[in-house]
Design a protein around this ligand. Structure first.
Ligand code: ASP
Ligand code: MG
Length: 429
């Protein structure tokens, strides 16, 4: 008997009909002779609605209470799914994150899993039942409080259960057919990727691809969990996310290594802003001083660019990107130290878009950046910042041209498919 963990996102359990459809799928998997553990997200946009509700009550909800509130969303879907399965004559039991043994640190809203003790899940399986677990939530042993794992955290719940229970595979069910070479909502002729290495998937997730949550990919990579991202609306094979060795072995086996693509895909991100520190004295220690101030705010800085200093003035500009939500905090912190650092002024720009091109083949192929820049030039799109890693090139453009940038780059690298990719529900979760 193999053990399969399945995760259903909010769009797959959005209403009673969808829950019944998912129940059928779960039962099919059980009937095929597998043990089944299911992690569920909250129905549809429940989490957003609960968040809005909290903010209608108070501008800054207490983090502990907010977690109590948000975890209710997943409890609703877990109970309904268990009922639906039982009504079909199969045994099912729902469990909260804490009952399922998801032990986390104490950080409300962004807790990290520190241990998984799925004793009750194992017992349920041994009794022949299907175990349904509320995603996105855990429990801290010291505070004895309920925590949440951060938005999109149900993916992590599923992966952590798969690792702890030694599952054969972790299936992530969503409303698209798998991981695409670009977001099909932006690049309509994006192609489904059959197999991708976890390394590439991490870069894509970090660069804004929303189909998988980055912490889940990290967890899967660390624990050797194989992910299968697929649609809950059909039976098509989706995308397998494998660690490099497994990916390589699979390619050798079916001969696809010969035509392995250089580029895996393109991702875009509109959630960042750019801060420019203007007129920084070009002497040793200034960058250190600036980024120490930034680090104290706990901001997540992404790209950093320093200009050549103007010979006449000995002053330079330093720009960096960060999540828009952290912009004001960092501006305030820098402003407070302006005299000390000795810069002239600050500029804030939240109309930027980021595009990333990801592919393990970049390591061994030259000319990738030239081709990327050429494609953007031909489309008349200006590049404002550039950064690279071993397997990624990212550029910053104006926000309103980043979607067009994704389309032209996708085409330039031969990623365009024949047909139009289908989005079944529309939320991408
Ligand atoms: N319901 C939570 C969210 O919307 C967790 C999840 O869906 O994975 O972020
Ligand atoms: Mg959700």
């Amino acid at each position: 008997m193999s053990l399969i963990v399945q995760k259903y996102g909010g769009s797959s359990v959005a209403d009673a009909e969808s829950i019944k459809r998912v129940a059928k799928r779960v039962v099919e998997t059980r009937k095929a002779g597998n043990e089944v553990v299911v992690a569920v997200s909250a129905m549809g946009d429940t989490t957003d609605e609960l968040l809005d509700l909290a903010h209608d009550v108070t501008p800054i909800p207490a983090p502990r209470e907010l977690d109590m509130l948000l975890t209710a969303g997943e409890r609703i879907s877990m109970a309904l799914l268990a009922m639906a399965i039982k009504s079909m004559g199969y045994d099912a039991r729902s469990f909260t994150g804490s009952q399922a043994g998801m032990i986390t640190d104490a950080q409300h809203g962004a807790a990290r899993i520190v241990d998984v003790t799925p004793g009750r899940i194992r017992d349920a399986l041994d009794d022949g039942a299907i175990a349904i677990v509320a995603g996105f939530q855990g429990f801290n042993r010291d505070t004895k409080d309920i925590t949440t794992l951060g938005r999109g955290g149900s993916d992590t719940t599923a992966v952590a259960l798969a690792a702890a229970l030694g599952a054969e595979i972790c299936e992530i069910y969503t409303d698209v057919d798998g991981v695409f070479t670009a977001d099909p909502r932006i690049v309509p002729n994006a192609r489904k990727i059959d197999r991708i290495s976890s390394e590439e998937m991490l870069e894509l997730a970090a660069a804004g691809a929303k189909v998988l949550y980055i912490r889940a990919v990290e967890y899967a990579r660390r624990h050797g969990v194989i992910l299968h991202v697929r649609s809950s609306f059909n039976n098509n094979e989706g995308t397998l996310v494998l660690n490099e060795n497994a990916a390589e072995a699979a390619k050798q086996e079916d001969g696809s290594a010969v035509e392995a693509p250089i580029i895996a895909g393109v991702a875009t991100d509109l959630s960042e802003a750019k801060i420019t520190v203007v007129g920084v004295p070009d002497v040793p220690g200034k960058a250190a001083q600036i980024f120490k101030i930034v680090a104290k705010t706990d901001a997540n800085v992404d790209m950093i660019v320093q200009n050549v200093s103007a010979a006449a003035t000995g002053l330079t500009d330093i720009s960096f990107t960060l999540p828009k939500s952290e912009g004001q905090r960092v501006l305030t912190a820098l402003k407070a130290e302006q005299g000390d650092v000795g810069f002239q002024s600050l500029q804030y720009d939240d109309q930027i878009g980021k595009l990333a091109l990801v592919g393990a083949g970049m390591r061994t192929n030259s000319g990738v950046s030239a081709k990327l820049f050429e494609a953007l030039y031909e489309a008349g799109i200006n590049i404002e910042m550039i950064s690279t890693s071993e397997i990624r090139i990212s550029v910053v453009t104006r926000a309103d041209s980043v979607n067009e940038a994704a389309r032209v780059v996708h085409r330039a690298f031969g990623l365009d498919g024949e047909g139009t990719a289908i989005v079944y529900a529309g939320t991408g979760r």
